[in-house]
Design a protein around this ligand. Structure first.
Ligand SMILES: C[S@@+](CC[C@H](N)C(=O)[O-])C[C@H]1O[C@@H](n2cnc3c(N)ncnc32)[C@H](O)[C@@H]1O
Length: 211
């Protein structure tokens, strides 16, 4: 029985890309929306919780300079194996990021933030490593009457594996603190096959650090 997101994702890594399709999770739709008015060419982008690097590779193909980090060594090995010249690092997003201030033009964190308990510290770190006019794109799992698991703040998955969920107000407050412009949209997450329901996310596109 897996004991942590790290061991669980290590175990899933080989099959993650086909599983992502089966569970109908599409991170690309959110990337396209966030960068609609911002050409990707030459942008330094942190792909946090990059998994096997599908998005990281796509960003590189668009001319960006992505950097992938993920808690799972296996995910990082596979990502590195599938792409040339993209740096990947095994790192836990609950810990301070191993980058200096203002290192990135953008940070993306898709499909991964619900596995982190003290998410406010992680958001603070994203803001720290962003340049003053930087862009943050992230998806936070939402709780609420219309969500699987209703108003349970956190839900247990595969017996032991916790997903940490947020309300829209909580997500707004944690981003308003750092960013001038915060756009929050309710979007669909991935398919929970047992119940045929989708997890529900709050997609955040936040721009420009507060002075
Ligand atoms: C569902 S996958 C998402 C991968 C990719 N971003 C996508 O959207 O397809 C979640 C990823 O988050 C990573 N992850 C979970 N908890 C993490 C943490 N605390 N720090 C860094 N990565 C984490 C997992 O290892 C896994 O690769």
């Amino acid at each position: 029985m897996p004991e942590s997101p790290q061991s669980l994702f290590d175990a899933l890594a080989q099959d993650y890309e086909s599983m992502r399709r089966e569970l109908k999770w599409d991170p690309f739709v959110h990337i396209r929306e966030a960068f609609r008015d911002l050409p990707l060419k030459d942008l330094d982008i942190l792909d946090a919780g990059c998994g096997t690097g599908e998005c990281t590779r796509w960003l590189a193909q668009q001319g960006a300079n992505p950097y992938g980090i993920d808690i799972s060594d296996e995910m990082c090995f596979i990502a590195a194996d599938r792409s040339e010249n993209i740096p990947y690092l095994a790192h836990d997003l609950s810990e301070p990021l191993p980058f200096g201030d203002a290192r990135f033009d953008a940070v993306i964190a898709l499909g991964c933030l619900e596995y982190i308990e003290n998410i406010e510290d992680t958001v603070a770190e994203f803001a720290r490593v962003l340049k003053p006019n930087g862009l943050f794109l992230g998806c936070f799992e939402r709780y609420g009457d219309d969500c699987p698991g209703k108003n349970e703040k956190n839900v247990v998955f595969f017996d032991e594996w916790m997903r940490f969920r947020q309300s829209e107000n909580e997500v707004r407050q944690m981003h308003d603190k750092y960013f001038e412009s915060v756009d929050i949209t309710r979007v669909r997450g991935f398919l929970l096959e047992e119940t045929n329901e989708y997890t529900q996310y709050l997609r955040v596109i936040a721009k420009g650090l507060r002075k």
